[in-house]
Design a protein around this ligand. Structure first.
Ligand code: SAM
Length: 237
C-alpha cells in the first residue's frame, strides 16, 4: 500500500514512522509512506503563504485552496490506478476498526491534514473527499489524526504483524473488547493468573476468553455490546 500525506509539518511524522511495526512495514515493502509539504506548492514565491484571514471575519486563519490543491494535483499525478482521498477533519465520520479494515484493502490512500481554522470550504468541494475524524474533540492539526489512521491501517496489512492472527483477536476486531491477558510469573505479589489459562485445555480456554470478552464489553462499553448483540449471528449470548 502507498500512503501519501499532504501536510504543513512533514517532520512530525518522522518519529512515529521510525519504530516497531510501522518501521518494519516500510522496510519490508508492505507500506510506503510518502510525505508532501503543502507549503512547497504555494504560488506565493516570497512568503510561501498557505493561509489567509476568513471572509466574513472571525478568529484565526484558513488554509487556502491553491497550495492544497496544487499539492494534491502533484501527488495524484504519481498515482497509477485507483486511490482514495481522505481529509482529516473534526467534522468527518468517526474513525473505527471497521473503517481501518476497509481502508487496509485499498492500494493507495491520500491523506490531507489541516491546520489553523481548517480548510477553505472549496477544497472540500473540489476534492469531494471522504472526511474522517478520530474523535469528538478538536486537535491543533490533522497530523496526529493521520498518524492514528496510518497506524491502525498498516498493522492490518498482511505481513505487518509478526503473526497475522494477532489483529483478528484484539479489541474491536469481532465487535467485542479483548479478553484479559496474562504473562509470567504465575503469581505476582499474590495476584494469580486464572488457573484455567494454565490448564492446557484449549477449548475451555477459548470458552473462558469469550465469556470474559463479553462480560467486559457489557461492563466497559455497553454501546459496543448493544451493537454486537443486535447482529443476528450473535443473539445467542
Ligand atoms: N475550525 C475547525 C472546526 O471547527 O471544524 C477546526 C480546525 S482544527 C483546529 C485544525 C485541523 O486539525 C483541522 O483542519 C483538521 O485537519 C485537524 N483536526 C482537528 N481535530 C480533528 C479530529 N478530531 N479528527 C481529525 N482531524 C482533526
Amino acid at each position: 500500500m502507498r500512503i501519501d500525506v499532504l501536510t504543513l509539518f512533514p517532520e512530525m511524522f518522522e518519529s512515529p514512522m521510525s519504530y516497531s511495526i510501522l518501521k518494519r512495514a516500510q522496510e519490508n515493502g508492505i507500506a510506503e509512506i510518502v510525505l508532501s509539504n503543502i507549503r512547497e506548492y504555494s504560488e506565493d514565491q516570497k512568503y510561501h503563504k498557505v493561509d489567509d484571514k476568513p471572509y466574513g471575519g472571525g478568529p484565526g486563519m484558513v488554509m487556502m485552496c491553491q497550495p492544497v490543491l496544487s499539492c494534491f494535483d502533484n501527488v495524484k499525478k504519481q498515482a497509477n490506478g485507483k486511490w482514495r482521498t481522505i481529509m482529516l477533519t473534526p467534522q468527518g465520520k468517526p474513525f473505527d476498526q471497521d473503517k481501518a479494515v476497509e481502508l487496509s484493502k485499498e492500494d493507495r490512500l491520500i491523506l490531507i491534514a489541516g491546520r489553523y481554522e481548517g480548510f477553505d470550504e472549496r477544497i472540500r468541494t473540489a476534492l469531494n473527499a471522504e472526511e474522517i475524524s478520530i474523535g469528538d474533540y478538536c486537535l491543533s492539526g490533522g497530523e496526529l489524526a493521520a498518524m492514528v489512521v496510518i497506524d491502525a491501517v498498516v498493522r492490518l496489512l498482511p505481513g505487518a504483524l509478526g503473526d497475522d492472527t494477532s489483529s483478528e483477536e484484539e479489541s474491536f476486531s469481532d465487535g467485542l473488547l479483548e479478553y484479559p491477558q496474562y504473562t509470567r510469573p504465575e503469581d505476582f505479589r499474590g495476584l494469580k493468573v486464572p488457573p484455567i489459562l494454565l490448564s492446557g485445555d484449549h477449548a475451555k480456554i477459548a470458552a473462558w476468553r469469550m465469556e470474559q470478552a463479553i462480560e467486559r464489553t457489557k461492563r466497559k462499553r455497553p454501546d459496543l455490546w448493544e451493537k454486537y448483540s443486535l447482529r443476528p449471528e450473535n443473539n445467542q449470548h
